[in-house]
Design a protein around this ligand. Structure first.
Ligand SMILES: Cc1cc2nc3c(=O)[nH]c(=O)nc-3n(C[C@H](O)[C@H](O)[C@H](O)COP(=O)(O)O)c2cc1C
Length: 211
């Protein structure tokens, strides 16, 4: 029985393209993997602390090998709790909107909180190593404009800081196999949007059985 962790990074809920496609994937996944467990982290309904004060002091103390104070220890335990679902998951699925050419700030906040040495990665004289046991991830990206067509006025190579960032971060924390599904032009009305979402849902369902 595998554990799949689903991270929902859009606050648009019923209107969200990334959630709609991810839900199609998760339904098909559950149907083809009936014994697996799916856990959801909705980052808009999670208590994400600011990364400052004692937690930040704990990070720097840990990096320089100093013992943590009681307050730092308490703050660090909060970070460990936030990271825990990522450490126990066998597979990861993300629903991620494009905001200002990157990822939404709440997702970046979660990543800043949990990406810690000896929690999500290790570092020694031989370099960095990711500590996640999950080897597989699927990311559903949703974008208002068009980044992939030849006529795009916002071509991905120059404007996309969402997919390259997520793929680098996942590799850094140890995930080796990252699949992606992209829904674009969600700002161009229902006809374009519907077609784009439909196509992405088909891709999602096709991927689910082998994921
Ligand atoms: C704060 C904010 C910033 C956005 N920035 C961009 C952007 O830089 N480029 C773009 O193509 N669309 C942008 N959009 C549009 C979203 O990418 C689009 O609505 C997408 O469908 C959001 O994903 P969702 O439907 O899963 O919520 C932005 C939307 C919001 C709310």
């Amino acid at each position: 029985m595998a554990q799949l962790l689903y991270i929902e990074a859009s606050p648009r809920k019923k209107r969200s393209a990334s959630i709609e496609v991810s839900q199609a994937f998760l339904e098909a996944y559950q149907a083809t993997h009936p014994d697996d467990q799916i856990e959801t982290v909705d980052i808009w309904d999670s208590d994400l602390p600011s990364f400052d004060g004692e937690a930040l002091a704990a990070k720097y103390a840990g990096l320089s090998g100093e013992p943590l104070t009681q307050e730092q220890e308490k703050a660090w335990n909060g970070i460990r709790r936030l990271a825990a679902p990522f450490l126990t998951a066998d597979k990861l699925v993300f629903a991620i909107p494009l905001w200002n050419f990157g990822i939404p700030y709440r997702l970046k906040q979660l990543i800043d909180l949990i990406s810690q040495k000896d929690i999500l990665f290790s570092f020694d004289s031989s370099g960095f190593a990711g500590l996640l046991k999950a080897q597989k991830a699927l990311i559903v990206y949703a974008r208002g404009l068009d980044y992939l067509s030849k006529t795009s006025s916002t071509p991905a190579a120059a404007y996309d800081f969402q997919k390259p960032y997520m793929e680098m971060w996942l590799r850094f924390v140890g995930v080796t196999e990252v699949s992606s599904i992209v829904v674009e032009k969600t700002l161009f009305g229902a006809a374009v949007d519907g077609e784009s979402r439909g196509q992405a849902k088909q891709e999602a369902v096709a991927l689910a059985s082998e994921f």
